[in-house]
Design a protein around this ligand. Sequence first.
Ligand code: SAM
Ligand code: SF4
Ligand code: F3S
Length: 432
Amino acid sequence: MKYWIETYGCQMNKAESDALELELIGSGWKEAGIPENASIVIINTCSVRKTAEDRIWGRIGYFKKIKKDNPEQKLIITGCMAERLGDKLKEKKSPVDEVFGTFDKDKIADFIGKKNIIKSYENGIYKFKKNHSGKDAFKSFIPIMNGCNNFCSYCIVPYVRGREISRDPADIYKELDSLEKYNTKEITLLGQNVNSYTYIENGRLIDFPDLISEISSRVKSIEWIRFLTSHPKDLSHKLIETIASSENICRHIHLPIQSGSDNILSLMNRRYNTKDYLKLVENIKNMIPGVSITTDIITGFPGESEDDFKMTCEMMEKVRFSDAFTYYYNPRVGTEAFNYPNEIEMEVKLDRLSRIIELQKKISLELRKNKLGQTVKVLAEDYSKNSKNELLGRTESDEMIVFAGKHDKIGKFNNVKIISLKGNTFIGELIE
Ligand code: SAM
Ligand code: SF4
Ligand code: F3S
């Protein structure tokens, strides 16, 4: 039996698809190679923005065509969009056979007749699954918590993923130990808000700094530890100290700011203001020299005036993020902001979005120019887009770098001298 899995959305979804794939392979299934050959297609979906959902609708349309030639093929939709829309995905001559929301993923097992797989929930409690399949295992993503309690007013995640649940540290350590045999070089600890990781063990509370510090001292082949995502209101002094004092925790923090206006931050229910954010960034930069900070920004949130928007631009100049994921606001049914007045016109949202993209490009370029001539440690991840004689890698700060090199360097650390820049990507030279 052959399967085909497609995944949309965040790293958490990707990690879960990897876990699912691992279990399918363990139950004797084979990867189809091309979607046409699969007897079962699973689309693991995202609902965070309408644009994400539109893409998935496009894929459903594509599979409808494939099913004309292969009517036996089963199409399963799972993940956050499945949770949000449920059986609506099966309406109107849809090719979708089954829909399993985030809380029902274990039912996929019954559907495909393998009862021993994909138990994502047990007695209503989220179950974390091993997510490394050996493929690209030099870089592994490890979910340490699931769900979110923050209810930012624009965000669907708390509704489709449920409340926060932290993973048993013993289970995390077991997964880490088993990674050593794959010679893993980099791990990323995942959670919608990793800073609020909390686990009570024998009456002792283990918080995120405790967990990451224990991981830092346990790992052997793993030289880079990353974590995603940090909510600014929960990033503690203790965590900054832990990063500063641990050589194998990357000096890179993804710290979504969302807006630079206190009024908008309050409407977003982010529970910090720009003063708090700047103070936090100052502490991070003072205590972790050379740290890079990246962010997420939303433009055109309801009520965002031109002045509010300019404040976001000013914050970007003050903090000098090395990169930013930028989005225009998408109203999501069921969230608090969906009913907010003063919606911003699409034209304005898009205009502001293109202005912050330009501003971020300028800042990223300026920061990267300061690094020309330096020799940096690079984890080579793949061939470059253009040539099999060039490799694409990442620096500790999570910047992309292309350099001449052969296949044997992939999955390994290399010393690379930064020579020039092409857009925001460094061009480097391998130092043997
Ligand atoms: N938990 C993370 C945090 O609080 O920063 C982020 C999770 S979310 C999957 C990733 C990003 O999507 C958010 O940081 C936000 O910028 C963006 N986002 C979420 N909901 C959105 C919406 N309704 N419209 C536009 N962007 C949105
Ligand atoms: Fe969404 Fe906010 Fe939770 Fe992030 S912290 S997942 S933006 S509700
Ligand atoms: Fe999307 Fe769900 Fe992740 S909505 S961003 S796949 S938690």
